[in-house]
Design a protein around this ligand. Structure first.
Ligand SMILES: [Zn+2]
Length: 414
């Protein structure tokens, strides 16, 4: 058993990642080009693959403006928050207030104001802004040492809220400093966006099991990127790792069926995996485990396996890594990637994740990827996948703990 170690090539994975040194934003030509490339590669290694197209909703900002009107007049370069609705056509004008991290004392002054907070706004702080009566918000991205291209503010999106009565924009850190330094006291803010339907695709290759064909294990990774950079680390490296495993298992099939899935539109909100579980609804009872990879390939970092399943699954995977002597840490929790979608549908799931630098930035390129690191992560995943695919009796239940399921239910509802 476990003949796979020693058959994994880091160099081959690296060469695969190299082919995709372009931006693959969900629903764009770049993503389409990447899906064709993956399909072609699968054909070359002798695997039959299918493409499953699906539609998802996206938001396009048509106008985002921020202007200080008192005590000086100046318009700043901003990006608009997606998924948080539109201001009136003429925008809103209100007193300006900087409330740092949104502590309760500062928030008590927010009513009727356009408030600026540190960092980007997430669900929790957004709901506080709304409940404290802020009429608009401003966030900041970047650092005080940025120059040139890096002065471009990041492109934020509001997630996890059903109602979005308050709109916001994002500006660069250095401009945020200027607003406070020059004592901005009144600002006007305008945000207009529209919802559009885009299409993306998942690519699927199945290797039938030899004697437990009815039991399915999935290995998955998303291949789309954010619009800021070519996503070599997030997550073409993950796509390369499962490709390397697909190549191995095509030559060495297991007892159980292995399904390899390259998801589109993960960055748009796990859209590819949601389309997958919908399209494969009737087959889901046969699914035993999902092994997802998201973030990989950098030499300096730490390897974490996020296990969204019962505690014994986590302990078992930890045992395997002890047995193999490969250093990994574990987290038994819900995760922020496509494995969540499987767990939500009651299928135990994990994401193999490697900490690193530059996720969702223009620095996420092949320059930071190392064949050594790819090999190590692929070896880890192969060890787990082959142990489970070859076990005479599958070693854990098809159950996800209630509390995780409840949290996932809320996550996907929004
Ligand atoms: Zn990712």
């Amino acid at each position: 058993m476990r003949m796979g170690l020693g058959k994994i090539s880091g160099k081959r994975q690296y060469q695969f990642v190299e082919k995709f040194n372009y931006i693959r934003e969900a629903g764009t030509e770049g993503e389409k080009r990447a899906s064709d490339e993956i399909l072609k590669y699968l054909r070359e290694i002798g695997l039959i693959a299918v493409t499953e197209e699906f539609e998802f909703s996206a938001y396009e900002i048509t106008e985002a403006r921020l202007k200080v009107t008192q005590p000086y007049e100046k318009e700043y370069r901003v990006t608009g928050y997606k998924r948080c609705g539109n201001t009136p056509e003429n925008g809103i004008e209100a007193p300006f207030l900087y409330i740092e991290n949104g502590d309760e004392i500062s928030l008590s002054y927010a009513k009727g104001k356009i408030v600026m907070v540190n960092g980007l706004v997430k669900k929790e702080i957004y709901q506080k802004l709304v409940s404290h009566g802020a009429v608009g918000f401003i966030t900041m991205s970047g650092t005080p040492i940025d120059e040139g291209e890096d002065l471009e503010p990041a492109d934020p999106s509001l997630r996890g809220v059903k109602e979005s009565p308050v709109q916001g924009v994002n500006l660069h850190y250095k401009d945020a400093v200027e607003l406070v330094e020059r004592g901005a006291s009144r600002v006007s803010l305008k945000l207009q966006q529209k919802q559009v339907t885009r299409s993306s695709r998942n690519i699927i290759a199945r290797i039938k099991g030899l004697d437990k064909e009815e039991e399915i294990l999935t290995l998955s990774a998303h291949y789309d990127s954010v619009p800021q950079g070519p996503g070599a680390y997030d997550n073409m490296s993950g796509a390369a790792i499962i490709m390397e495993l697909a190549r191995y298992f095509a030559e060495n099939p297991s007892r159980r069926t292995l399904e390899f899935i390259w998801f589109g539109a993960e960055e748009a909100g796990l859209c590819g995996s949601q389309a997958y579980v919908k399209a494969h609804e009737s087959e889901l009872p046969r699914h035993r485990f999902n092994m997802n990879v998201d973030l990989a390939g950098q030499l300096i970092g730490g390897t974490v396996i996020g296990v969204t399943a019962e505690a014994p699954v986590c302990q078992m995977l930890a045992y395997m890594m002890h047995e193999a002597g490969m250093g990994v840490s574990f987290k038994n929790d819900v995760w922020g990637s496509d494995s969540n979608t499987f767990a939500w549908r009651g299928i135990p799931a994990m994401t193999l994740n490697r900490d690193g630098f530059g996720m969702h930035t223009r620095y996420d390129t092949i320059e930071l990827i190392s064949p050594c690191s790819l090999k190590r992560s692929a070896d880890i995943l192969l060890y787990i996948a082959e142990s489970l695919a070859e076990a005479k009796v599958f070693p854990f239940r098809r159950e996800v703990p209630e509390d995780m399921k409840n949290r996932l239910e809320i996550y996907f509802e929004e």
